[in-house]
Design a protein around this ligand. Structure first.
Ligand SMILES: Nc1nc2c(ncn2[C@@H]2O[C@H](COP(=O)(O)OP(=O)(O)OP(=O)(O)O)[C@@H](O)[C@H]2O)c(=O)[nH]1
Ligand SMILES: [Mg+2]
Length: 389
């Protein structure tokens, strides 16, 4: 699973990336700080199954802190996107290729309205303009890829195959392409679309396959609440307020042993005794800000993974009685699966041989035998019985 962070320049994309991954990346108050993409791992969090099973887990493929399972999710942060990037402005839009495989996109805007759509200082800009610009540039980018290959697609033996080939980077299913074309009654037997048709198709394809959250970042800044309300009014609850800078500061303070803070929490405890007066002031400010709401950064990741991408968490084990792998680790693995996945899909995600040799599986909670086509449920603890070892 891959989450892409996009947006106009200077909105806090890399700050969000740094908060999520704890990678030390360049962050600065001017446009185009990021040139090459930053790639890292963020964590979606759930209550670990250890609680309901009354055991202590020994997490291997993920982490478990205070009963909270942290499941790795890939994340990528790219350069700022500007209007007419598709015509080569700013950093252009070629870098969108890096983000094309993302399952979901976080569109980061500056909810204070203090930066314009090009990332320069502004007294009162409308963050909604940034969202429109980013979406438009994404459509232009996909449309551009198709248009560049239209001649070859039109003249190929099988136009649909050719179109699918051109769009492989987007990580789509053929059915997605067919559905987007059908929506605009575009023929797929002979693909000879004009520019309008290409744009309509690109827009349909993008917004039917990629999930979006608008991150109204810098929520700690002046003017945030008013702009946030307007964004919500215009775009609904896909807009989430956030303060990436505060989340980053809190996670760093926790990493340095100054405070005890869990991502998503609405409070923290100061554990270092010798904090300076200046530090104390900053900590008090952050404590007041997160009280009753948090920074919202962790919630955005969780919402993206579990709600927008409709994921569930499944725990594969080798011993259904002890709930362990063959080294004796309790609930070693927690795996993110799309809702609707079967036991066979789970086996395939572990190992192709195990999947091929799969005979049946056992629900470790009930000890019931299940079939290969069993649809996984959130929190399932599953032993796969396979002819392959
Ligand atoms: N007040 C406030 N400032 C923030 C927040 N997040 C980021 N910033 C500031 O916004 C500026 C831009 O941050 P970056 O993370 O470099 O922004 P970016 O979108 O990656 O910028 P480019 O790479 O240039 O496109 C920096 O000065 C950050 O400290 C936030 O939540 N609150
Ligand atoms: Mg950046």
């Amino acid at each position: 699973m891959l989450i892409g962070i996009i947006g106009a320049p200077n909105k806090g994309k890399s700050t969000l990336f740094a908060a999520l991954t704890m990678h030390d990346v360049p962050i600065a108050n001017y446009p185009f700080t990021t040139i090459d993409p930053n790639k890292g791992v963020a964590y979606a969090t759930v209550t670990c199954a250890e609680k309901s099973l009354g055991v202590h887990c020994h997490a291997r493929n993920s982490m478990c802190v205070n009963g909270v399972r942290m499941l790795p999710v890939n994340v990528i942060d790219v350069a700022g996107l500007v209007e007419d990037a598709h015509a080569g402005r700013g950093m252009g839009n070629q870098f969108l290729g890096d983000i094309a495989a993302a399952d979901a996109l976080l569109i980061v805007v500056d909810v204070t309205g203090r930066t314009d759509a090009a990332g320069n200082p502004c007294d009162s800009c409308d963050p909604a303009d940034d969202v429109a610009m980013v979406k438009n540039e994404l459509v232009e980018w996909v449309a551009g890829i198709i248009s560049d290959h239209m001649h070859a697609i039109t003249h190929s033996q099988n136009g649909l195959d050719a179109l699918e080939g051109v769009l492989t980077g987007l990580k789509l299913k053929r059915a997605d392409i067919e559905a987007a074309a059908a929506k605009h009654t575009l023929p797929l037997d002979k693909i000879e679309w004009n520019d309008d048709a290409v744009h309509a198709f690109a827009e349909e394809l993008l917004f039917s396959t990629k999930r979006f959250v608008v991150v109204a970042n810098k929520y700690d800044g002046a003017g945030a609440e008013k702009n946030f309300a307007a964004l919500r009014e215009a775009m609904g609850d896909r807009v989430e307020g956030a303060s990436a800078a505060l989340e980053l500061a809190l996670r760093k303070a926790a990493q340095q042993g100054v405070i005890s803070y869990l991502p998503g929490a609405e409070e923290f405890t100061v554990i270092r005794k010798d904090v300076s007066q200046e530090q104390r002031k900053a900590l008090d400010y952050m404590a007041a800000f997160i009280k009753g709401r948090g920074t919202n950064v962790q919630k955005i990741v969780n919402r993206t993974v579990f709600e927008l991408l409709d994921s569930i968490v499944v725990y594969p084990v080798e011993d259904e009685n002890k709930l362990t792998d063959h080294f004796g680790n309790v609930l070693p693995d927690a795996v993110l699966m799309r809702r609707g996945s079967t036991a066979q899909d789970l086996a395939a995600s572990i190992n192709t041989d195990i999947a091929k040799g799969m005979l049946y599986e056992i629900d470790a909670r009930t000890k019931m035998r299940l079939g290969k086509t069993y649809t996984l449920k959130d929190g399932d603890v599953i032993k796969i019985v396979s002819a392959a070892k």
